[in-house]
Design a protein around this ligand. Sequence first.
Ligand SMILES: Nc1nc2c(ncn2[C@@H]2O[C@H](COP(=O)(O)OP(=O)(O)OP(=O)(O)O)[C@@H](O)[C@H]2O)c(=O)[nH]1
Ligand SMILES: [Mg+2]
Ligand SMILES: [Zn+2]
Length: 285
Amino acid sequence: MQGLVTLLEANRPTVSLPDGTTYLCYLKGRIKRDVGRIMVGDRVIIEPTDPGEARIDAVLPRDNQLVRPPVANVGGLFVVFSLTEPSGSLELLDKRLVMARIHGLEAEIVLSKADLPGNRQDLSRIQQVYEAAGYRVWQVSSPRGLGLQELVRERRAGIWVLTGESGVGKSTLLKAIIPSAQAETQELSRIGRGQQTTRWVRLYQMHGYWLADSPGYTALESTVAEAAMIREGFPEFEGHRCRFADCLHRQEPGCGVKEALSTGEIAEWRYQHYQKLLTEWVKAY
Ligand SMILES: Nc1nc2c(ncn2[C@@H]2O[C@H](COP(=O)(O)OP(=O)(O)OP(=O)(O)O)[C@@H](O)[C@H]2O)c(=O)[nH]1
Ligand SMILES: [Mg+2]
Ligand SMILES: [Zn+2]
């Protein structure tokens, strides 16, 4: 039977089957040697041994793996952003989006704390900019329950991870959506900054996809071989005609992106972060 590791507790995997049944598992000895550490998100073949218990006979090859939190086979990221309390960094938001693109992950943007005063207008501007770039954007307020149903009901597949700076409201959002998550997410946040980050990662079943929390962090580094990979992380640049087909939108003459920037069609901060990422992330730039 094929299942999914949805929880690792003290290194014992819990595996969920498509019909919703779960098994507390142990690893066949040979697997430990071959795969090393098993991760939440691993797709595994199990053989039931006792009621509610099973042995993992094989771990299927991983598509990818995140480090923080340690989750394999991630399909998408919710990038959670808060404009105030704490005041989020649009640069980090853009870095996360480019990072997702580089790793072939889907990304959606969650603008949290939409209930805070003075927030709405600026949030709407941000929403408009990122929607124009092709992203799904959700405004939510966890304490008021605003926007939560719309957000979770959307069709998705695979494993989605809540990411974003510390304090933006990831865990609060998860708890608002999944009340049973209350106890565990507190553990994750607390332990997340220490060494034992693996202990409490859990996947929660949504409609057709799985959801995981993650501890907030801001250290985002990457290296890419080609400047074009950064350019692709800014999808709204694509619709503009440049004289050169391979234009990197810097000093080239006849650049449609620079023109759109001057008319305000492309947001100033997006272009600035693009330039910054070119110098920070492109090898030998
Ligand atoms: N007003 C308001 N406050 C919120 C909202 N969401 C979260 N908060 C508050 O923001 C604070 C931080 O929320 P958390 O959910 O712990 O943030 P987090 O993103 O999980 O932070 P880390 O785990 O440190 O990465 C808490 O005091 C929450 O009550 C919201 O939508 N509106
Ligand atoms: Mg948290
Ligand atoms: Zn150009």
